[in-house]
Design a protein around this ligand. Structure first.
Ligand code: CA
Length: 234
C-alpha cells in the first residue's frame, strides 16, 4: 500500500487533518494542497498516484482543477463534495473524475474508495497493451470475436447491450454518468435520456446478474450513473 502517493486537496483544515491522519495510519504517502492552484502545481511537479479533491475550493473551482489536470494526466481523481453539490459532482465526473465521496464521510468509506481506485490503477497499468479479452469474476468479454460469456456460457446480448457492457468493462472501477454513457452508446442525440438507459440497463442486468435486485457487477449510483465493480477473489 505504501507505494501509493496521494495528493490531498482540501481548504478546510479539520477535514484535511482527518484525511491525512487516516492516510498516515494506513501507511499511505501523501502531500497536501489547500487550493486549486496549488493542486495543479503539485500534480505537475510530483505526479501523485491518486488525487483526493474537494470541489469547493477558495480560488479555482474543483471541476476546473480536473479539466486542467486532464489536459496532460490520467491520474485517478476522487472528488469530495458536500451533499448540496450534487450537480457539481456530476460535472466533476463528466470532466474526468473517477469517483466521489460525499461529506460527511467515514474513514472506512475513504479507505474503501482508495482501494477501489488502487485496483483500477493496477487494472489500467495491466491493460496498457490493449488486451483482447476482459475478465471480471465469471464474466469474460472477447473483444475480437465480439462475444461475452458468463460462467463459460455465451451471453445473448443485443448490440446495444454488448456496447453498454463493453463501456462499463473498459471503465471498471470508475463511476460513469448517465450523460457519458448515453453519449458513448447512442451519440449526443440521446444525451441524458436516462429513462431509456435505465430500460437497457435492466435488460443487461437480467442477463448478467444472478439476482438483478442486488447486482454484483454493475452498481447503481442514484441520480448519477453506473459503475462496473471489480469482483474480488480471482
Ligand atoms: Ca472546501
Amino acid at each position: 500500500m505504501s507505494k501509493f502517493q496521494i495528493l490531498v486537496v482540501e481548504d478546510d483544515a479539520p477535514v484535511r487533518n482527518l484525511i491525512t491522519m487516516t492516510l498516515k495510519a494506513h501507511e499511505y504517502r501523501f502531500m497536501v494542497a489547500a487550493n486549486g492552484t496549488e493542486a495543479v502545481m503539485e500534480t505537475a511537479s510530483h505526479n501523485p498516484d491518486i488525487i483526493l479533491l474537494d470541489l469547493g475550493l477558495p480560488d479555482i473551482d474543483g471541476v476546473e482543477v480536473i479539466r486542467r489536470i486532464r489536459c496532460w494526466s490520467n491520474v485517478p481523481i476522487i472528488v469530495i463534495s458536500a451533499r448540496s453539490e450534487d450537480s457539481d459532482k456530476i460535472d466533476a465526473l463528466d470532466a474526468g473524475a473517477d469517483d466521489y465521496l460525499t461529506k460527511p464521510f467515514s474513514v472506512e468509506e475513504l479507505l474503501a474508495r482508495l482501494r477501489v481506485t488502487q485496483r483500477r490503477l493496477v487494472l489500467m497499468n495491466g491493460n496498457s497493451g490493449g488486451q483482447a479479452v476482459f475478465v471480471n469474476g465469471q464474466l469474460r468479454i472477447d473483444y475480437v470475436s465480439g462475444c461475452a460469456y458468463l460462467n463459460d456460457e455465451e451471453m445473448h446480448l443485443t448490440p446495444i447491450e454488448y456496447k453498454l457492457l463493453c463501456l462499463l468493462a473498459q471503465n471498471t472501477g470508475k463511476v460513469l454518468t448517465h450523460k457519458f454513457i448515453t453519449q458513448s452508446v447512442w451519440g449526443s442525440s440521446w444525451e441524458n435520456d436516462v429513462g431509456s438507459l435505465r430500460v437497457f440497463m435492466a435488460m443487461l442486468r437480467k442477463k448478467l446478474e444472478k439476482s438483478p435486485g442486488s447486482p454484483q457487477y454493475i452498481q447503481t449510483h442514484i441520480g448519477i450513473g453506473y459503475r462496473m465493480v471489480k469482483i474480488e477473489g480471482e
